[in-house]
Ligand binder design. Structure first.
Ligand code: PAF
Length: 278
């Protein structure tokens, strides 16, 4: 697998693939790769597609008090994992390539970006939408794969692609979990042993709440119970919310696809998770 850092070289390689009639899939990441990312690579590879993974820790999606400087960076190990899983090319631009001097554009996807993590992390989804639009323009993929774990991010990207007439198929890939149910995340490595043990309360509380809502119990009471359970487990809860699975609007009708989303901090580590309500 080749690692490429210059846009001209990337475009040359992809033009060569296109000349051979290949389809191209993109898996955008910020590195610190784990089995969740490898599920994205496996999905991207289906049908003999050429697979580009990008690693770029995007400063524009981190708030001033967030973990940009300590975000795990381990490109050599990531590159080995990508090679083992059949990725064809690693696109790893530097900040100066992505945001050269004078860079002045920001993409804002209103509506789906506004609540939940958009409210808790102002500007976060503008940073995501801007970098993803750039990655799409750089790689020009036919397909791009994103994890359902970042459910709101996936909704923002689907809206971006529709609104800007980007001819890219967006594939959402189900969340990969540890044996006890905790969603895989690059940030899980921040958790110490005790925090990791308590963190399992997050998927468990979501599972209990989703089943109760599915049985028709009072949504407000169920969400309040989930918040209480998480607090008792040591989480500081940002939100536990039931939303429409497509628009992410609150208070969805029971006959619509619904999704339960939560964000909560365990010590210094902010975790997110979500689950469908059947
Ligand atoms: O999900 C991520 O890792 C990032 O938000 C993404 C999509 C690569 C954009 O920086």
């Amino acid at each position: 697998m080749r690692t490429v850092r210059e846009l001209e070289e990337l475009r040359g390689i992809i033009a060569g693939w296109r000349a051979e009639g290949a389809r191209v899939a993109l898996v955008p990441t910020m590195g610190a790769l784990h089995a969740g990312h490898m599920a994205l690579i496996e999905t991207a590879r289906r049908g003999g597609t050429k697979v580009v993974a990008s690693i770029f820790v995007n400063p524009r999606q981190f708030g001033p008090s967030e973990d940009l400087s300590r975000y795990p960076r381990r490109e050599a190990a990531d590159a080995r994992l990508l090679t083992e899983h059949g990725c064809d090319l690693l696109w790893a631009p530097g900040v100066e390539t992505m945001y050269p001097d004078g860079f002045a554009t920001s993409i804002s996807v209103s509506g789906v970006s506004d609540g939940l993590d958009g409210a808790a992390r102002p500007g976060h989804f503008d940073g995501v939408a801007t970098v993803v639009a750039k990655l799409f323009n750089q790689v020009r993929p036919d397909i791009a794969c994103f994890g359902e774990k970042d459910f709101q991010q996936l909704a923002v990207i689907r809206r971006l692609v529709i609104d800007l007439d980007m001819d890219i198929e967006i594939l959402g890939v189900p969340t990969q979990r540890d044996d006890d149910g905790l969603a895989l995340s690059s940030r899980n490595i921040y958790l110490d042993e005790g925090e990791r043990a308590r963190a399992v309360a997050l998927p468990r509380a979501l599972g209990i709440a989703a089943r109760a809502i599915g049985r028709g119990e009072d949504v407000g009471a169920v969400l309040a119970d989930a918040g209480t359970t998480l607090t008792a487990a040591g989480f500081a809860v940002d939100y536990v919310e039931l939303v429409d699975a497509e628009s992410l609007a609150p208070n969805p009708a029971a006959d619509r696809p619904r999704r339960l989303l939560a964000a909560a901090r365990m010590g210094a580590t902010r975790l997110i998770d979500n689950i469908p309500v059947e």
